[in-house]
Design a protein around this ligand. Structure first.
Ligand SMILES: Cc1cc2nc3c(=O)[nH]c(=O)nc-3n(C[C@H](O)[C@H](O)[C@H](O)COP(=O)(O)O)c2cc1C
Length: 335
């Protein structure tokens, strides 16, 4: 039987299937069920900068005061109720989960500006989580702030968390950097242990008749995976970090692709939310079958087989792939 064990953020894991940050983490029963079905680790839902800053300032409704500034901007800003003031409850939740789970538990902190809220990283570590995932979900809206400024700010956040805790820190990344490898190299130099590739950008739609923003959340499909595979293949050939693939894992076959591209683990959310915890056993079985079929005896053996480490000139290779794909398109034959 193939050996599914892997290592992530320094932890030996029984397999590469991790439950990503999601509502699963909110319920102790769900976490236990995920563990029972075979998940190797769990990332908790995020604690948001906005909720912690509100808590620290005692200004519960400052976002809402902006909501109705102008009739046309109505509902552009989220309600503060989205961020319930539960920093302390989150810490108690970690403590309870740690008493019950045997698999590693990763807490998630989500924000974009350096500040006092980052002290929660230390509190999360004290509450007993095994590692931290720092989600730098950023949507640039200010034309005066350069990419350099925003990246420096993100690195400041990461550095202050790393200097405050002794547990591993994993950064959940956006795909939108001019040079992702350069930014990841800077994270590596800061002491980050791993990166999760990538945050999904939740694209709200517009209802042109009601002039309302439609914030309906669509779960992912495997179509989102290639963007991640591409980045993993580049990053894992360059820097010795731990890599998690998040976004578009919907089968054991998808897990195999991510591992071949260089991932140590795959984080699964949409598949579990859509189909329940039985997908965990199913995906692991499919991964085993794939490994048997291909003759891989371990995850270690197959990891990174398809990354760019054997490509002498990755930049030219990428340009060539792109040009070849476009050139290969055949026009339909005329009748
Ligand atoms: C309902 C829902 C809630 C989520 N909550 C969080 C969160 O709190 N923090 C976070 O970093 N990601 C969150 N995510 C993103 C997931 O962790 C994951 O990165 C994303 O869904 C892509 O993985 P998937 O294709 O397996 O769904 C959430 C996703 C969903 C669908």
């Amino acid at each position: 039987m193939p050996d599914l064990s892997t290592t992530w953020l320094g932890f030996p894991l029984k397999n590469p299937l991790v439950i990503g940050a999601s509502p699963v983490g909110k319920s102790i029963r769900s976490c236990l069920e995920a563990e029972e079905k075979g998940a190797a680790a769990i990332v908790l839902h995020s604690l948001f900068e906005e909720q912690l800053v509100h808590e620290q300032m005692g200004a519960h409704y400052y976002i809402d005061t902006l909501t109705d500034m102008d009739a046309e901007t109505r509902s552009v800003f989220p309600q503060s109720a989205i961020f319930p003031l539960d920093g302390a409850a989150y810490l108690r939740h970690i403590e309870k989960l740690k008493q019950k789970l045997t698999i590693p538990l990763i807490a998630s902190l989500n924000g974009t500006t350096p500040g006092g809220w980052l002290s929660y990283a230390k509190s999360m570590a004290s509450a007993g989580c095994d590692a931290l995932e720092l989600n730098l979900y950023e949507v640039a809206t200010d034309e005066q702030k350069s990419s350099q400024y925003l990246e420096d700010q993100q690195l400041e956040i990461v550095s202050s968390v790393i200097s405050a805790v002794s547990i591993p820190v994993n950064v959940k990344l956006s795909p939108f950097y001019t040079s992702l490898p350069y930014f990841v190299r800077r994270l590596y130099e800061c002491g980050v242990q791993g990166v999760s590739v990538f945050n999904r950008y939740y694209q709200s739609d517009i209802n042109p008749l009601t002039l309302e923003v439609d914030r309906h959340l669509h779960l992912s499909s495997s179509a989102e995976l290639p963007l991640r595979l591409h980045a993993l293949a580049i990053l894992s050939s360059k820097m010795g970090l731990f890599y998690a693939c998040t976004g578009g894992i919907h089968s054991g076959y998808d897990m195999a692709k991510a591992i071949l591209a260089g991932a140590h683990v795959t984080q699964v959310v949409s598949a579990v939310l859509a189909k329940g915890f039985s997908v965990i056993e199913k995906f692991l079985q499919e991964l085993k079958e794939y490994m048997l079929q291909m003759g891989y005896e371990s995850i270690h053996e197959m990891r990174g087989v398809m990354n760019l480490s054997s490509v002498a000139d990755p930049h030219s290779y990428e340009r060539l792939n792109y040009a070849q794909m476009l050139a290969a398109w055949k026009l339909p034959l005329s009748p």
